[in-house]
Every structure is written in C-alpha cells, then in structure tokens.
Design a protein around this ligand. Structure first.
Ligand code: SF4
Length: 70
C-alpha cells in the first residue's frame, strides 16, 4: 500500500478517484457516490468516505489510465 498522494490540490475527489479500492456508484436520480471497497476488508474505513480524501493508509494506486471515471 502506498500512502503517498499524487497532486491533489484541485481534485474534489482526492485519493479515492485514483485508488484500486474505489468504485463509482450511481443511483436512479443520477447522483454518484464513491464506494470504498476496502471498507469490506477493514470496517474502520467508511463505506462512502467524506471527500476529498487527502490521506489514506489503505490507498492503492491504480495503474495509469485505470482511475475511476467521474
Ligand atoms: S482505500 Fe482510501 S483512498 Fe482507497 S477508496 Fe478507500 S478511502 Fe479512498
């Protein structure tokens, strides 16, 4: 795991948008949420973290081009 964040100065999502454990969930009204799948492994992590997440010990960067789309 890599807790070192990329440049997040203007990113409204923060680390989750580039994390292997994040999945984008959309509801019927078109709202979207960032689900942290690491919360299923470790309950100390919120299922839907408050954004932007600027620091996270469980952050696992996706390979380039695999980030969660908004
Ligand atoms: S592990 Fe951390 S950075 Fe990754 S989705 Fe969960 S809260 Fe976001």
């Amino acid at each position: 795991m890599n807790p070192q964040p990329p440049n997040l100065s203007r990113d409204p999502i923060g680390l989750c948008g580039q994390c292997h454990y994040c999945r984008l969930v959309k509801n019927a009204r078109g709202s979207q949420f960032y689900l942290c799948q690491f919360s299923e492994i470790d309950p100390r992590y919120a299922r839907y973290p408050r954004l932007p997440v600027l620091r996270c010990e469980a952050f696992a960067p996706e390979p380039p081009g695999q980030a969660v789309s908004q």
